[in-house]
Design a protein around this ligand. Structure first.
Ligand SMILES: *Cc1c(COP(=O)(O)O)cnc(C)c1O
Length: 422
């Protein structure tokens, strides 16, 4: 079985993590070394997670209660909960399927005198061209916050110069994970200073809390190794367990009702040491190789199959989604052929404020309902990617087709073949 769920970390990193447990670290020095990995160290802010720093950011911005925050309509639920916690109103902006970027016309229509900020997510490994959105933000004097949690491409790219804040996550399921940690590029020095001084008031994550997290994710990493994983998948399927649901629950970093309190810690020396190691030794060729696998898989797709964000050229394929009319059937067929595809993901659609039902993000909603994520791990050879493409080629009736991809030169021979065979 070719598995979709894997953690982007090596055994040498895990061994480093184990050795780090008995050590003491100079946390200030590690903060500096993490910042020094990026082009503008003086702007960087490192926290326990993206959500931790995001919470600190809204607190520091001190926007008037009831201010509206426009957000990419698809994101992880906590990003919305944090906004609401600060008495702000999250307003979804529906997405363009081809790019998964906020639709610019919808964005303009959603702006009101109460709008103060825009949060744009680069989803699935894309690098969106933000210029049009930055332009709108400047026209209306809005803060622009860029969510690159899924779009890390190496430390050399620290975000759009027009964004106030750019956020990178090194949480468990992210690129070059440190099993936790978030790094922000904050281009407003005053805002950065406020976030730093507020964070200093938090207790430091305890060694025990780090050990628990580290052990959990190290074990999950071991379970994602192929032979072991095959056994787990076979057993859980036979027993009727929902493996997908389970893995998504376990991989959620801060579950439970005390979610916000759990975020409000400074990172431990061990977490900072792991993050520093991961950033310092970050191998962008591995990210480039993933991007190349994604492009190969894109080529192997049945012609015209709709892929969310498939029109974006700058794409490192953190994940590879397609759209199905009948996701269950597509997943079952792929499983039968040895490919572990899934519908499970941590993204949710943001509901519009009650008095603005016209902003319901129906494109994002429908897309999420039909989304199937394909496996494309580093161990998968080209012929397996191509075989997966052929399996999907037999399922085109169950897939959503891209209206923009109707290329007559390719459709024509198919029609001829259909006529011959019919
Ligand atoms: C993972 C993720 C986050 C949160 O990152 P953490 O570091 O786990 O807090 C935020 N936004 C998006 C789009 C993500 O995928």
């Amino acid at each position: 079985m070719w598995l979709r769920m894997r953690f982007d970390i090596g055994w040498a990193d895990v061994a480093f993590g184990v050795r780090s447990l008995g050590k003491r670290f100079d946390r200030e020095a590690l903060h500096q070394r993490i910042a020094d990995c990026w082009p503008a160290p003086e702007r960087m802010f490192t926290a326990l997670s993206v959500r931790t720093a995001y919470d600190l950011m809204w607190k520091s911005l001190e926007l008037p209660p009831g201010s509206e925050v426009l957000m990419s309509a698809l994101t992880i639920p906590d990003m919305v909960r944090v906004v609401k916690h600060h008495q702000l109103v999250p307003v979804p902006v529906d997405l363009d399927l081809g790019s998964m970027a906020p639709d610019v016309d919808t964005l303009r229509r959603a702006i009101t005198p109460a709008t103060r900020a825009i949060v744009v997510a680069h989803l699935f490994g894309t690098h969106l061209a933000l210029d049009p959105i930055v332009k709108i933000a400047k026209e209306h004097n809005l803060r622009i916050i860029e969510d690159c949690a899924q779009g890390f491409e190496g430390c050399r790219r620290d975000g759009h110069p027009g964004a106030d804040v750019t956020m990178f996550s090194f949480g468990p399921i992210k690129t070059i994970t440190a099993f936790g940690g978030g790094v922000f590029c904050v281009r407003d020095a005053e805002l950065l200073a406020r976030m730093q001084s507020l964070e200093k008031l938090y207790p430091v994550q305890s060694l025990w809390s780090y050990v628990k997290r580290f052990t959990k994710y190290s074990m999950l990493t071991a379970m994602a190794c192929r032979p072991l994983c095959d056994v787990i998948l076979t057993v859980s399927r036979a027993a009727g367990w929902d493996y997908d649901h389970w893995i998504n629950t376990v991989a959620r970093a801060f579950p439970g009702p005390r979610w916000l309190e759990r975020l409000r810690y400074q990172p431990s020396g061990q977490l900072l040491a792991m993050l520093e190691r991961r950033l310092r030794t970050c191998d962008t060729t591995a990210i480039a190789a993933r991007a190349a696998r994604g492009r190969r898989l894109a080529q192997a797709m049945p012609h015209g199959a709709m892929r969310p964000a498939g029109h974006i050229d700058e794409h490192t394929y953190w994940v590879f989604p397609i759209l199905a009319r009948d996701p269950k059937r597509v997943i079952a067929e792929l499983a039968g052929a040895g490919f572990d595809a899934t519908q499970g993901c941590s993204l949710r659609v943001i509901d519009p404020p009650e008095d603005r039902p016209e902003l319901d993000p129906c494109v994002a909603r429908e897309a999420l309902a039909g989304m199937v994520f394909l496996p494309m791990g580093p161990a998968m050879p080209r012929r397996e990617l191509e075989r997966m493409g052929r399996v999907l080629g037999r399922l085109t009736d169950d897939l959503v087709m891209d209206p923009q991809a109707v290329d007559p030169s390719l459709v024509f021979p198919r029609i001829v073949l259909d006529l011959r065979s019919g």
